[in-house]
Design a protein around this ligand. Structure first.
Ligand SMILES: [Zn+2]
Ligand SMILES: [Zn+2]
Length: 220
């Protein structure tokens, strides 16, 4: 089965995301996805809760802030501690039975692992729809993935509903989390998609700014 999956989404359990569980499912269905991975910053509780409460297929994951850049862990049931080295982070993800993804390995302003991407990762996120500069990051992501000889995946890195599905991975697997994870580990997947449109990105920034200013207003 060819499954269309966005492997990198932040819900409102991430401090910088606007996406509610209802919006997540709405946009995932609207954009024709078969499954999504929830990868909140340094926490997995939201992903596990949403996976339990919705009938839409969810891969529980986490985006770990390691000492040398962000690392995505997929198919996990427990959090992975932040502020470890990249190799310790990859080890922890593997110990817990997950897949380690070098997400946006060369994007600017994103906390990228860069040269710390190595063959112990299971996959490289070649396409990250929110990476800047987009073309540069795809080109160098491709180079890293082919030099390491590991799987190539894609995700939107959405923080706002309409961004979901801008980039996605086609995985050749049955629609079960374990099957999907195994297929990615074997490289039975391909990255697709483009950058988040500028207007969508600006709308997201405005909404986030509005949320911040509302929070700053004194309660009378
Ligand atoms: Zn990141
Ligand atoms: Zn992210």
């Amino acid at each position: 089965m060819q499954l269309k999956i966005d492997l990198h989404i932040h819900t409102h359990y991430s401090y910088d995301s606007l996406i509610t569980p209802e919006e997540l499912v709405y946009y995932a269905r609207k954009h024709g996805l078969d499954a999504v991975a929830i990868t909140d910053h340094d926490r997995i509780d939201g992903a596990l809760k949403i996976a339990k409460e919705t009938d839409f297929p969810i891969i529980p994951g986490i985006e770990v802030s390691s000492l040398n850049g962000h690392v995505v862990g997929l198919n996990l049931q427990e959090p992975i501690p932040k502020k470890l080295s990249v190799s310790e982070t990859v080890d922890k993800i593997h110990e817990k039975g997950g897949l380690a993804v070098a997400c946006h390995p060369v994007a600017f302003m994103k906390g990228s692992v860069g040269k710390n991407a190595n063959a112990r990762f299971d996959a490289v996120e070649v396409i990250n729809a929110s990476a800047i500069p987009f073309g540069y990051s795809v080109k160098h992501g491709e180079k890293i993935a082919s030099s390491l000889g590991i799987a190539r995946v894609a995700g939107s890195d959405a923080h706002y509903g309409p961004e979901i599905g801008c980039a996605y991975t086609i995985v050749d697997a049955e629609l079960k989390v374990e099957d999907i994870a195994k297929a990615i580990g074997k490289g039975l997947c391909q990255p697709f998609g483009g950058p988040i449109p500028l207007t969508t990105r600006l709308k997201a920034e405005l909404l986030l700014l509005r949320r911040k200013t509302n929070k700053l207003q004194p309660v009378i």
